[in-house]
Design a protein around this ligand. Sequence first.
Ligand code: HEC
Ligand code: HEC
Ligand code: HEC
Ligand code: HEC
Ligand code: HEC
Ligand code: HEC
Ligand code: HEC
Length: 652
Amino acid sequence: MRSTWMSRAGVAAAALALAAAAPASAAEKEAAPAAPGSPRTLQGYVEQEKAFYDHLKKNHPIFKYEKDGRLVGKYTISDREEEFVEFGGGKAYAEKTGDHASITYRLGQESILDLPNKFVGSKKCGECHPAQYEKWKRSRHNLVVRFPDEMVETKDLTRPQFGEAPILPPGITPDAVYAIIGTPRTKYGFLDAWLVRGTYHVEGGLLRDGTGTLVAGGNQHSRTWAESLTPEVAKQIATWVPGFPTKLEEFGDNGSKTWGLTSYGSKNRKSMMFQPATAYCEVCHSFKFDFKSQEELIQALGKPEELRKHTINKGISCEECHGAGAHLMGARASASSNCERCHQRFVWNADEAAKDPRQAFNAYFKSRCPSCGTEGSQAYYTAHWESGMTCSTCHDPHEVTANDWRERVTVPGLKKECQDCHQAQASMFVHNDVHGANKCSSCHMPSMMSCENFGTIQYTDVAGFDTQRTSHIFKILVDPKAKTLDPPPGKDRNWKEGAWRLAKKDGKPFVDLMWACGRTSWGDDDLESAGGCHSPTRSELSKDLHFTNQQQIYDRLMGWQGPVKQGVAEAKRLLEAARPAIARAKLPPAKLGQATLMANQAQSILDTVAADGSSGVHAPRYTIEKVKEAQVLAQGALDVVGAKAPRKVSMR
Ligand code: HEC
Ligand code: HEC
Ligand code: HEC
Ligand code: HEC
Ligand code: HEC
Ligand code: HEC
Ligand code: HEC
């Protein structure tokens, strides 16, 4: 699609050329690089990649394997044009609006290819800011991009880890990779010595030596599959989820020859992306070099030691948020809204934009669950976002990992907890004798996002099973049918391909009851610490509390909410009669005072229940007791003044 975009630019260039009466032809103008000192454009990002790609196309081993007929699977070349401009509905957006836009990615201010640069390295910042440095150093922001010799969780990257699957796939040795992306949190991917994302493995030889056959897929260590979704667990799931894969071959395009190694950015033995990090990973899993020029960087490709020697930063370093060199080099110092660069991936859907131009964007989905890194796009239309809250309202930007990073779960450092703002709910919740040991996030922030991107095991209607990271939607919708995640219009709920989306009610996304209560997940701190909640596969509760469908949960909830709502209606009815009766009554002040106090006390209970807003879910027994007290008090007020309430309201 490069040509379309260029011709559009060409028109503009031609117009400019005319205006300036410059002799240059439109074609010459098109080819000319932006004048030094002029602001960067989206097109500027795209074009920056050319020399880098030209070199890779001549020198990357994949093309040599292809020439020798030692390649299994087709590849497509993915570049910045595709990723930054056409992706996430960008193509359709441009057709509709005439504007090219980077829909999914908020690009980094500095790219790997901007050389020379002003980066000084996080260690340098730590000299004067040790408090922030120490928090950050222990965090996965620091540890998500590591060199092979920093992989402390294993002695040998080619040996099985958490099951049968090794961290590096067959044929890929540590000396053939630049870095490994990932921690024991979820999954591991690799960037090869040419800074190309590993979407392949090698059979009967070694990538390092250029021997054997290069095969598409089987490239990513997925911890859930490797460790938790054992064949036994898969069989158990299949007893209540028909069609769940239990044998290696049933994992299809997502699978591989090894239990635990998924095909990611690829289809097993069929196809793969040829995707240099400049076109994708570097935006969020950053690293920066201290080469003096792009040519120096290009010369180092294929020599991982050389690349590592010249790495000044890796991971989400201080300078990714505070700017290259920060204040030492005159850059911005703090950017409190920078989280969105990596955690707010959008998609643009023409049909949604047409329906409501104020709601034109949705969270980015690779398959049937929101992708990882979409916290910000999930939150975008919520009450929180709309009331001005951003990521760092709740999060400590430096302590993104408060627990030990080698654990499988995330416990982020928070500056504000739910209770700090939601006092009405919190004061009700302390009386919870059912869920009192849980956290607010246990129900309101289910682990729903797909980071392993393991479409084969995504059964979103039963809230499983590729669920890696906590959703940021917050609102729970009590409804027997409504679902958080919907297929695109015209597709049925079994639709296996990508591009599902967040459903919205009154313009807001919501968490459905299956995800809130019955999800099946591993690596979800809330589930781990609560005996598996109501997951039919993980729950430690009695069988009748294993929720296999949403109606079952709704019916249970009605057992709590029904009596509360009915009791509230009854107390209101009595109060409505008591108020005028007290005003009319001709009684001694002591009696009137007694009736008034009782009515006020009843009202205050009703106010508390209303402010909580959960109709008993936050403290089932306590709430119904309180509501009954309100009824007794309201009836008492009527009795004191010798009045009667009108006929009972009928409740469904
Ligand atoms: C030689 C010491 C030194 C180094 C090295 C250093 N800083 Fe600072 N930093 C300071 C001082 C001094 C201040 C200002 C404190 C003040 O005026 O209250 C500051 C302030 C800041 C602030 C707060 C600015 C604000 O607006 O409140 C940030 C953010 C910051 N530094 C980030 C960084 C980062 C990132 C690096 C590494 C690129 C870095 N610093 C390196 C000394 C240093
Ligand atoms: C738009 C930003 C973005 C891009 C681009 C991106 N990722 Fe991620 N990735 C994230 C975020 C954010 C997380 C953490 C999960 C979350 O917060 O949702 C993550 C998580 C991961 C993890 C798991 C880390 C762990 O400790 O378990 C791996 C591995 C990973 N990404 C690899 C890659 C690779 C390889 C690429 C390029 C092919 C890539 N990602 C591109 C944002 C991104
Ligand atoms: C993920 C983005 C991010 C990274 C990485 C990051 N910071 Fe910050 N930093 C922020 C934000 C946002 C603030 C503003 C304070 C806030 O909103 O809480 C901040 C504030 C600061 C401040 C002001 C004092 C304070 O604590 O609020 C200093 C100093 C600082 N950062 C230094 C560093 C250093 C040193 C590093 C690397 C070790 C670093 N930061 C890494 C986002 C980041
Ligand atoms: C340059 C990209 C980038 C930016 C900017 C960024 N993040 Fe992240 N963040 C990531 C990636 C990638 C991961 C995954 C790390 C992993 O799991 O190994 C991550 C992980 C996290 C985690 C989970 C940590 C864990 O232990 O699992 C939290 C919380 C988080 N980020 C919050 C923030 C906040 C808050 C900000 C803004 C102040 C921010 N991030 C800015 C890329 C980024
Ligand atoms: C209302 C408070 C709040 C806001 C606003 C918020 N978060 Fe969170 N976030 C949390 C809490 C609480 C958790 C831990 C949830 C849990 O324990 O299940 C969390 C967890 C995370 C995680 C770890 C996910 C995992 O399961 O590994 C990431 C990443 C993250 N938040 C990123 C963000 C980003 C980016 C933003 C802004 C777009 C943001 N958060 C806004 C409260 C918030
Ligand atoms: C900084 C204050 C603050 C924090 C922290 C906070 N909230 Fe909120 N929350 C708000 C505000 C403001 C609103 C919108 C107005 C309202 O409904 O009260 C809101 C609304 C909500 C709603 C109703 C959403 C809707 O669409 O009606 C839910 C549910 C919610 N919050 C849950 C949580 C949970 C769970 C946490 C902790 C992870 C949390 N909040 C943390 C301030 C906060
Ligand atoms: C056991 C699951 C569960 C836990 C734990 C839980 N909630 Fe809720 N919460 C719900 C459900 C379900 C609703 C929706 C009730 C409805 O709309 O009928 C709700 C509703 C809410 C609302 C919206 C109220 C409104 O007016 O619309 C807020 C705010 C809220 N919860 C905050 C919290 C906070 C804060 C905590 C922790 C102190 C918490 N919740 C703990 C299940 C839970």
